[in-house]
Design a protein around this ligand. Structure first.
Ligand SMILES: [Zn+2]
Length: 250
């Protein structure tokens, strides 16, 4: 399909858009990790970011994939994770919002996204965005068709310092419609004396979020987006600990 678009990035996206782990799992939870990767094709020169910025949280959610993989293993649940950086196109944003392809992220300019032509935007959508969301939709379709329960759980991490301000929160459970499910997870984390809260440090906005409102709430499914502060996910032991907190609650 996308071979038909001619643009400056034609032929660059040679690896698959996503990785699917434990596709045939019977577990009701579908784990989704949209910001799993910081990979940007070499020819794009890190979109003009310096090395510090391209390794930073703006390019990916540090530790989120490790946590999602560990949860997938512990629960035996299916995991869909992205293989490209969110800076190319953000898989958790609808296509029409300005930061779908961000020209700026937090304090960093993203020069390679400035003045992108329509063909290049469409090419990224076709190579990176649509395959991911089509696959997620199909996974849900198949399970619902088999009368199986489905819960859609996004795994993310957030930076301990945002616009210069330190954050005390250790984990957030973001939700739209699935208030009871989210509260159960928050309560479970608080029982471990963790600083956890609902709809912090961000809120789900149906106009600017993608996975929870579209694949979860939009289909009447329990769905949350879990945010863990990324300084909590810096070692294999720490990731195992967070997986052990979360797994029984999902
Ligand atoms: Zn994220």
């Amino acid at each position: 399909m996308h071979e038909s678009i001619e643009c400056a990035e034609s032929g660059l996206y040679t690896r698959p858009a996503y990785r699917l782990t434990r596709e045939d799992s019977d577990h009701p939870v579908l784990l989704v990790c949209e910001h799993a990767s910081r990979f940007i094709p070499v020819a794009l020169n890190d979109l003009g970011l310096d090395e510090t910025a391209s390794q930073e949280h703006i390019a990916w959610d540090i530790g989120a994939l490790l946590l999602a993989e560990r949860l997938s293993e512990t629960l035996g649940a299916t995991l869909l994770s992205a293989n490209y950086s969110r800076l190319l196109i953000d898989l958790n944003r609808p296509l029409h919002v300005p930061d779908s392809i961000p020209a700026q992220s937090e304090i960093y300019q993203v020069p390679g996204n400035h003045d992108l032509d329509d063909a290049t935007r469409e090419y990224r959508q076709q190579c990176l965005f649509h395959p991911f969301h089509d696959r997620l939709r199909t996974l849900i379709d198949q399970r619902l068709a088999a009368n199986r329960p489905v819960r859609v759980v996004g795994i993310h991490s957030f930076t301990p310092v945002f616009y210069g301000q330190p954050r005390a929160l250790e984990a957030g459970v973001l939700f739209g419609e699935a208030k009871a499910y989210a509260q159960r997870i928050v309560d479970g984390l608080c029982r471990h004396s963790l600083r956890a809260a609902g709809n912090q440090p961000y809120k789900i906005n149906p106009l600017t979020d993608m996975t929870v409102p579209v694949h979860g709430d939009g289909r009447g499914l329990d769905s949350v987006l879990i945010e863990v502060r990324n300084d909590q996910l810096r070692s294999p032991e720490a990731v195992r600990t967070w997986s052990a907190y979360l797994a029984p609650l999902l």
